[in-house]
Ligand binder design. Structure first.
Ligand code: 5GP
Length: 142
């Protein structure tokens, strides 16, 4: 497996070198909206630890990511009046991974509405702004 690349897109977002629509942050994880959402509210949860994927992250850091994912999934249900949540996490190109800093996908779902295919279209930044606002408000009242 390749080594962790400190210049991957999500590492740059973590360092504040690239913009994002941030939703949540604590000592261990950072959550922000996917720029090409597969459903409204599609959020990515990443560890602050440098980890390429599940194959090199420590169990402890993975547990922090799981905890952050659990938190976002709960509030996303409310913020998007969802009927369900899809959580996905891909590892290595063969596993469907495109960006090589570990990330969980949290996708709010409505009954009978399919996910868009990956990387279908870039969402309007104004829509992402509003969706981040909804999640942040739901987190504040959780
Ligand atoms: P994966 O590596 O799990 O296949 O997916 C990477 C995800 O990152 C995709 O859902 C894609 O839309 C998202 N993505 C790629 N580049 C950016 C970016 O610059 N900003 C944000 N917020 N998301 C991105």
């Amino acid at each position: 497996m390749a080594a962790y690349d400190t210049n991957n897109i999500f590492a740059k977002i973590l360092r504040g070198e690239l913009p994002c629509h941030k939703v949540y942050e604590d000592d261990h994880v950072f959550a922000f909206l996917d720029i090409m959402p597969r459903s409204p509210g599609h959020t990515l949860i990443i560890p602050k630890a440098a980890a390429r994927n599940i194959l090199d992250i420590s169990a402890e850091d993975y547990a922090h990511v799981a905890r952050g994912t659990h938190k976002i999934a709960g509030v996303a249900m409310k913020a998007f009046k969802a009927d369900g949540i899809t959580v996905q996490q891909f590892n290595e190109p063969a596993g469907g991974q495109v960006v090589f800093h570990l990330h969980m996908h949290v996708m709010p779902r409505k009954d009978g509405v399919a996910l868009l295919p990956p990387a279908s279209r870039k969402e309007d930044p104004k829509v992402l702004e509003e969706h981040a606002r909804l999640l942040i408000a739901a987190l504040a009242s959780a």
